[in-house]
Design a protein around this ligand. Structure first.
Ligand SMILES: O=C(CO)[C@@H](O)[C@H](O)COP(=O)(O)O
Length: 226
């Protein structure tokens, strides 16, 4: 849980030839979201552990790794050992998500679990008790710049209720299509952490975009102060 809105710019929308400058451009953000894609779990290919290790040396912002890869049971631990703050794997890809969470925590990272837009939460409620973050995908994973899928907010409301009633203790994160037009409905539904790619890196001043999104989320949210 968090008591203020967390904004996590997605580096997927940054200029990959200038990653260090692009991280500095969002120095006011709470987390930095790094999308790892393997061209198997999703059709796109981005970057892997060697690049994340370099990013970790070049920033103080907590790195939030979103692994859109097959076999996270094997690969995720490397990101935790490298020093990522939060390491998220997909429930659709993980073979033993409980063991995975335990391994990530033992390596010093927060453990995150992500669900695609069509994946329900209900079968994974016991598994989620072992997790620190739940990443609700509000687009099909793989690409930035897609439109927000409003239907996923029912899962956010479900997760928020479970957190408020003490059944889960995790940060509710949303990813995909978050911008000035969509962040308020996500905040109202109960999101704590908002990933935003094109809305931040497409802005003239990325840091100002981060501040504006944070303020908007804080105003719209019943559970987060500004
Ligand atoms: O994981 C993903 C896409 O798979 C996201 O992190 C995108 O990078 C978000 O980009 P926008 O939808 O905010 O442009």
């Amino acid at each position: 849980m968090s008591n203020h809105p967390l904004i996590a710019p997605s580096l997927l929308s940054a200029d990959f030839a200038r990653l260090s400058d692009e991280m500095s451009a969002v120095s006011d953000s709470d987390w930095l979201h790094v999308d790892v894609m393997d061209a198997h779990f999703v059709p796109n290919l981005t970057l892997g552990l060697p690049v994340v290790q370099s990013l970790l040396k070049a920033t103080d912002i907590p790195i939030d790794c979103h692994l859109m890869i097959e076999n996270p049971d094997h690969w995720a631990i490397g990101y935790a050992e490298a020093g990522a703050y939060n390491v998220t794997s997909h429930v659709e890809a993980a073979e033993d998500p409980v063991a995975l969470a335990k391994n990530l925590r033992a390596a010093g990272a927060k453990a995150g679990l992500s669900v695609k837009p069509g994946t329900p939460l209900q079968p994974y409620l016991d598994v989620l008790k072992h997790y620190d973050t739940l990443l609700v995908m509000s687009v099909e994973p793989g690409f930035g710049g897609q439109s927000f899928i409003t239907d996923v907010l029912s899962k956010v409301r479900e997760a928020r209720k479970l957190v408020e009633t003490g059944h889960l203790n995790l940060v509710v994160e949303i990813d995909g299509g978050i911008n000035a037009d969509t962040i308020e409905q996500a905040a109202e539904a109960g999101v704590d952490c908002f990933v935003a790619g094109s809305a931040v890196y497409g802005a003239e001043d990325p840091n100002k975009a981060v501040e504006a999104l944070r303020a908007q989320a804080g105003r719209a949210s019943a559970h987060l102060g500004v």
